[in-house]
Design a binder for this molecule. Structure first.
Ligand SMILES: C[S@@+](CC[C@H](N)C(=O)[O-])C[C@H]1O[C@@H](n2cnc3c(N)ncnc32)[C@H](O)[C@@H]1O
Length: 264
């Protein structure tokens, strides 16, 4: 570890310990803050140092048990619908979706970082948009997604914000606020890399989501050990995502990070 990194770690540790002694609650806030700026994950996200070019076929193979079911769902998207991919990377899948399904009025790719070599799909004209420059939860707070509120019919998150955020309740709140009533988001994530504890009991993130009033959560596929897919359907106009899930620690492994949560 170089001197700069050592110094940074020392200052972080010193701040947390000092704050914890002076005011235990601030200590807790500071620990989550440390998780928030976990340097490896930050670097990964900023440099797009992971797979960012999955195709629509990759999404279809994994988001539902049967790819044909996924394609049937896309074919049934009604005229004028808005579709969003959260954590879109190169947005290869979304570009294909908008191209193949002409009834989709607008496809919006949202990502922390737009890849430098991103190829803008000129042939899709105003039917495609890419919003970047921040975490989706912060873009929402800054009002940059207001035009999509309550208007998204169909959405996806394939190892996107759901897998990388340090503030999952805020990401889920963003997703449900953007969905229209009966709209759905399909998520693919690594279940084994998300460890949720309530006391001594271990839960799945899907269990936590399933308890939120106003949404329906359905597991779709766990074809590959530990990798799961599910969808969330918004059924009430107003959905309040409880803030009872706090991240304790993030370990940056290869691929998606391992996250440890406490639920109260
Ligand atoms: C592993 S890549 C997946 C890209 C794409 N879904 C695919 O499968 O090809 C993760 C993507 O999520 C984005 N990302 C991660 N956390 C995010 C957040 N909180 N808000 C917005 N984008 C995020 C990254 O910038 C990156 O584009």
């Amino acid at each position: 570890m170089d001197l700069h990194k050592r110094l940074k770690h020392f200052i972080n540790a010193f701040t947390v310990v000092t704050l914890s002694i002076w005011w235990p609650n601030i200590g807790v806030a500071a620990v989550s803050c440390l998780a928030a700026i976990n340097p490896t994950i930050q670097r990964q996200i900023e440099k797009n140092n992971f797979v960012i070019n999955r195709s629509l076929d990759d999404y279809a193979q994994n988001l539902m048990q049967m790819p044909t079911a996924f394609y049937m769902l896309l074919a049934a998207i009604p005229q004028g619908a808005i579709v969003v991919d959260f954590g879109a990377g190169q947005a290869k899948a979304l570009k294909q979706l908008v191209e193949y399904y002409p009834q989709v009025a607008l496809g919006v790719a949202i990502s922390h970082t737009k890849p430098e070599n991103f190829e803008s799909p000129a042939h899709l004209g105003e039917r495609f948009d890419y919003i970047d420059g921040g975490y989706v939860e912060d873009l929402m707070a800054a009002g940059k997604l207001d035009h999509l509120k309550g208007r998204v019919k169909f959405a996806t998150d394939f190892f996107g914000a759901f897998s990388y955020t340090h503030d999952l309740p805020r990401v889920i709140q963003t997703y449900v606020d953007l969905l229209e009533v009966h709209g759905r988001i399909f998520v693919h994530f690594s279940e084994k890399k998300n460890i949720v504890k309530k006391g001594n009991q271990e839960l799945s993130l899907i269990d936590w989501l399933s308890k939120i009033p106003g949404i329906i959560v359905r597991r779709q596929s766990d074809k590959y050990a530990g990798h799961g897919s599910f969808y969330i359907q918004k059924v009430n106009e107003q959905v309040m995502v409880p803030q009872n899930l706090k991240i304790k620690k993030i370990e940056a492994a290869s691929g998606v990070p391992v996250r440890f949560y406490d639920m109260n």
